[in-house]
Design a protein around this ligand. Structure first.
Ligand code: AMP
Ligand code: MG
Length: 334
């Protein structure tokens, strides 16, 4: 921890676990350090970072002012996977916000993340610790696979327990706007503040405002086909398309949910990763990125996955699969 803190203070890069995914951290007040994050990830300069703090009071060092609902939301959901977009304070390195006058901030709940931030004594800018556009890292090994030789230290805290990124909520628009569905269900936020707007803000370039909304993101090497519809339909599509791909000589991978009609017994030779039991969306979310990476490693050329649902945490999983997919096939009328 002491070594991590001194690397951060010296302007270096430390990857560390959070409850959502692994983060690649740098001192958020140090412009040169923040630029190193973009270089290591090969991240586009227009894609802003989330600043991580260890206490609600640290908001004062990061935000220029606090929009009305900030305190209420922080009290309810921090520490935890809710990111709030607020006006950027002058001390924050401009590269963090990719030129915007706002900054995204959250207080993670992971003990190691909190300890690193406290030990460093500065807010830490940390995007997911993976190469830009690639599948997010949920283990220290994933971080090493993507970033070995480019960063100063990896802290191994075991697999991330939540597995999908934080929910991003813009408090600079009224009503607050959901910029990215994530680990905190939007339904839970609505229950606290009453109203939330969806989708990219009107009259603002969505790519600049919320790069998490980039169409293609989180992508594996394999061609991933996402089957959006009800389980029996998805099962039939998966069976048919798997057969066709095998006939073409392609190695097929399936991301399966057990106990569902979408889990037919796969033909021999098909690579299988079980995400979890149908309806157990917490387990499905936690295993999603590792399972996608595993199918890549095992040599799948074509991967099929069926929609796990669309409300609560499943909204975030659906969102990530939509962006990871090379091809989205929708059931008629869905
Ligand atoms: P990552 O940490 O890699 O999951 O990416 C952080 C995400 O947070 C970005 O892709 C955006 O969706 C969001 N974000 C960060 N800063 C801002 C901001 N100032 N305004 C809007 N969205 C932001
Ligand atoms: Mg990311």
């Amino acid at each position: 921890m002491a070594r991590a803190a001194s690397i951060i203070r010296a302007g270096g890069l430390v990857a560390f676990p959070t409850e959502t995914v692994y983060g690649l951290g740098a001192n958020a007040l140090d412009q040169a350090a923040v630029l190193r994050i973009f270089a290591a990830k090969e991240r586009a300069a227009h894609d802003p970072l989330i600043v991580h703090i260890a206490a609600v009071e640290d908001l004062d060092a990061v935000a220029a002012r606090l929009p009305p609902l900030t305190g209420q939301l922080a009290a309810r959901f921090w520490p935890g996977p809710l990111t709030l977009v607020v006006p950027r304070g002058p001390a924050v390195a401009p590269a963090v916000s990719a030129g915007l006058d706002t900054v995204a901030v959250r207080m993670p709940s992971h003990a190691v993340a909190l300890a690193v931030i406290r030990a460093a004594g500065v807010p830490i800018a940390a995007p997911s610790a993976n190469r830009f556009m690639h599948t997010s890292a949920t283990t220290a090994a994933h971080v090493r696979d993507d970033l070995d030789g480019r960063i100063d230290l990896i802290l191994d805290g075991g697999p991330a327990t939540v597995g999908v990124e934080s929910t991003v909520l813009d408090l600079c628009s009224s009503p607050p706007r959901l910029l990215r569905p994530g680990a905190i269900p939007v339904e839970a936020i609505v229950a606290v503040i009453g109203e939330v707007a969806f989708g990219p803000p009107p009259a603002v370039d969505a790519d600049v405002r919320a790069p998490g909304m980039l169409d293609r993101h989180y992508a594996p090497r394999a061609h991933l086909t996402y089957l959006v519809g009800e389980s029996p339909w998805a099962a039939a599509e998966m069976r048919r398309r798997t057969g066709e791909a095998i006939a073409r000589g392609v190695t097929v991978g399936q991301l399966l949910t057990l106990g569902s009609a979408a889990a037919p017994v796969p033909p021999p030779g098909v690579l299988v990763e079980v995400l979890g039991n149908e309806g157990d969306i917490e387990t499905i979310a936690a295993r999603l990125y590792a399972a996608i990476r595993s199918l890549d490693e095992r040599g799948a050329g074509e991967v099929f996955v069926a929609q796990p649902g669309s409300a609560g945490l499943a909204r975030a999983v659906h969102d990530r699969l939509t962006r990871a997919a090379s091809e989205i096939v929708r059931q008629d009328g869905v």
